[in-house]
Design a protein around this ligand. Sequence first.
Ligand SMILES: Nc1ncnc2c1ncn2[C@@H]1O[C@H](COP(=O)(O)OP(=O)(O)OP(=O)(O)O)[C@@H](O)[C@H]1O
Ligand SMILES: [Mg+2]
Length: 199
Amino acid sequence: MTKQPNLFWHPSAVTAKEREALLKQRGCVLWFTGYSGSGKSTLARALERKMIDAGHLAYVLDGDNVRHGLNAGLTFSDEDRRENLRRVAEVAKLFADCGIVCAVSFISPTRESRRRAREIVGPDRFMEVYIDADLDTCETRDVKGLYARARRGEIPDFTGVSSPYEPPEAPDLHLRTAARDVAACADELLAFVQDRCLR
Ligand SMILES: Nc1ncnc2c1ncn2[C@@H]1O[C@H](COP(=O)(O)OP(=O)(O)OP(=O)(O)O)[C@@H](O)[C@H]1O
Ligand SMILES: [Mg+2]
């Protein structure tokens, strides 16, 4: 990305700390990664519900939803996937700067893609959440019918079928969704957020 010589950064009159004090929480980005169908959107929504019910502000940035609006013009080429991720990470950073707990639900299959997201958000606010279900389980769930289509060769570069998934090596939180139900995983997620963002 080229730097614009005529642009200047205008500092805010309010600090991130002040916003966090107002909301009584710490702004952070929970970067969910895992196969399609592993449970990223389900758990992100469950967290958002629990947080709001408990009087805390959380917001979900869902990969698919963002492609309906902000990133509607982007394709699934390598370059556009990178741009999709860059924009989502930049938006998540803004949410965190507002003091919001922002859950990003996005397959982000490569370590490099997650490293870039961490770099954009900043390591202090970035937490990698591995939504871990094995490929067989995700394919059996096939919530959107995408695995069936990918197996028929109708979707190029589909993670797990025709494109690799690199699991996180040291995630901040590891949720195993094949072995436990939604409620148990959502409780564990909330406990993690309470510990990291609400104290
Ligand atoms: N412990 C669990 N946690 C989350 N989801 C679970 C769990 N057990 C079963 N499921 C089911 O698995 C499915 C997960 O679908 P979901 O849309 O959340 O996946 P996703 O990771 O967001 O996929 P995509 O990358 O395609 O958006 C849902 O039907 C959900 O009910
Ligand atoms: Mg989803």
